[in-house]
Design a protein around this ligand. Structure first.
Ligand code: SF4
Length: 420
């Protein structure tokens, strides 16, 4: 039977992905219940390798935030955080996560958790934003446990030796503080081994995403946003490597058999910015219905840390975590995007301006116009938010996206910003 256009052609690897994520949460639950391992909370592009190498189970509040968004529950919790003094204009991962904690509700309860796993220590890197420090500090105060982190310079144009050395030494400075909490001392060989595992996992994740260079693409943004779970929460472990080998094999098989992510691929789009977690499935169907595949995104590319090198673990950690797209100047971002447009044969760009995450909205300082003037690739800007559905107008956005795609087929060119 042929697929309906709005059908999502599901990846079979989803079962292995769910098992990999389920096992991860079981390890965390075990640590929370038995105390057999210490638990560190980590920001999504924080020093996960260091924490795994020191024997922590590692929990990622942003992953929890995305679960709240995808479960369409964020707006139930945000007002509680607002009542406790957190602005509705700051990161809606933060506000939904803190709100759900204050209401003592979490999707983890469906997996048998009593609550989110209590941290023994919280570790952040401000490479992505300052919110992670404020967010983690809330829990540090609540649980009376240490919070520590790496403060990375922002808008980096040139990755100078000074920046790399400074950040590398901040990685090292964490060690004595972590040793006060960890059950084991820092071991350089274990750290090198973990860095090697993280590198290998990231290389596989890059290969997964780069299968989308094929026409038609075997994977789209909505698949990738789901299947990125293991690289976010298990980078530095064999679990992530094992899973991405399975996913990559399925995608290579799809390429061989010309199986595309959407039933008919006519247009190839680049998605800039965060997903709208509460709209993931309906957006996937919308684009499929219009023969459009979102083949690449800034967001999913953000977990490719293939500069990690076990021979030089501290300097390569600093390099990998400073090289990240979100930390770079607009000039650097423009060059990265320019190359991606060619590599992935992009017909159009959608910029999602996320109300509560300016750091992940790249259309705020004219980049979209400059890129258009250089490449003449049409673009659309939509307003919304990663987690807070109150910032998003579904009807108007659908109209804008449908108009954009129909104009792509006529190659009309640049569209106006959608005013919501
Ligand atoms: S980068 Fe954006 S979405 Fe992520 S934690 Fe920071 S403010 Fe929130």
């Amino acid at each position: 039977m042929s697929a309906e256009k709005s059908d999502i052609i599901r990846l079979e690897s989803v079962a292995a992905m769910q098992k990999t994520m389920g096992d991860y949460f079981n390890r965390l639950k075990d640590a929370a219940e038995t105390g057999n391992k210490k638990i560190a909370w980590c920001s999504s592009v924080g020093p996960a390798e260091l924490l795994y190498s020191m024997g922590f189970e590692v929990y990622f509040p942003e992953n929890h935030g995305a679960m709240l968004g995808a479960g369409k529950n964020a707006d139930k919790y945000i007002p509680t955080a607002v009542a406790h003094g957190y602005s509705p204009d700051i990161c809606s991962y933060l506000t939904s996560d803190i709100g759900s904690f204050l209401q003592n509700e979490t999707p983890l309860q469906k997996m048998g958790f009593e609550s989110v796993p209590k941290p023994d220590v919280l570790v952040f890197n401000t490479n992505q934003c300052r919110e992670v420090e404020d967010w983690f500090s809330f829990y540090a105060r609540h649980f009376d446990v240490p919070v520590m982190g790496i403060h990375t310079p922002l808008n980096i144009n040139e990755l100078s030796e000074g920046i790399i050395q400074n950040v590398a030494s901040q990685f090292k400075d964490l060690i004595p503080e972590l040793e006060k909490v960890a059950t084991q001392k820092f071991d350089i060989d274990k750290f090198k081994h973990t860095i090697g595992l993280s590198h290998d996992g990231c290389v596989l994740w890059r290969q997964v995403l780069e299968t989308a260079k094929n026409i038609p693409s075997p994977i789209n943004f909505f698949d990738a946003a789901i299947h990125m779970g293991p690289i976010v929460v298990m980078r530095g472990t064999q679990y992530a490597i094992d899973y991405y080998k399975i996913l990559l094999a399925e995608l290579q098989n799809r390429i061989k058999n010309k199986i595309s992510a959407v039933p008919e691929e006519k247009f190839r789009i680049y998605w800039d910015g965060m997903p709208l977690w509460y709209q993931l499935s309906s957006m996937a169907k919308l684009f499929a219905r219009h023969d459009t595949c979102i083949v690449a995104s800034t967001y999913c590319n953000s977990w490719i840390f293939d500069d990690l090198d076990s021979k030089d673990p501290f300097v390569s950690s600093a390099l990998a975590y400073c090289k990240l797209f979100i930390v770079r100047s607009d000039d650097v971002k423009e060059k990265v995007l320019e190359k991606l447009m060619t590599d992935f044969s992009i017909d159009g760009i959608i910029y999602h301006e996320s109300k509560t995450c300016a750091r992940n909205s790249n259309n705020l300082y004219g980049l979209q116009n400059r890129l258009y003037n250089k490449l003449n690739i049409p673009f659309l800007e939509i307003n919304g938010d990663l987690n807070d559905p109150r910032c998003y107008s579904e009807e108007q956005t659908i109209i804008a996206i449908e108009t954009f795609i129909s104009q792509l087929s006529n190659q009309v060119g640049k569209l106006d910003k959608v005013q919501l």
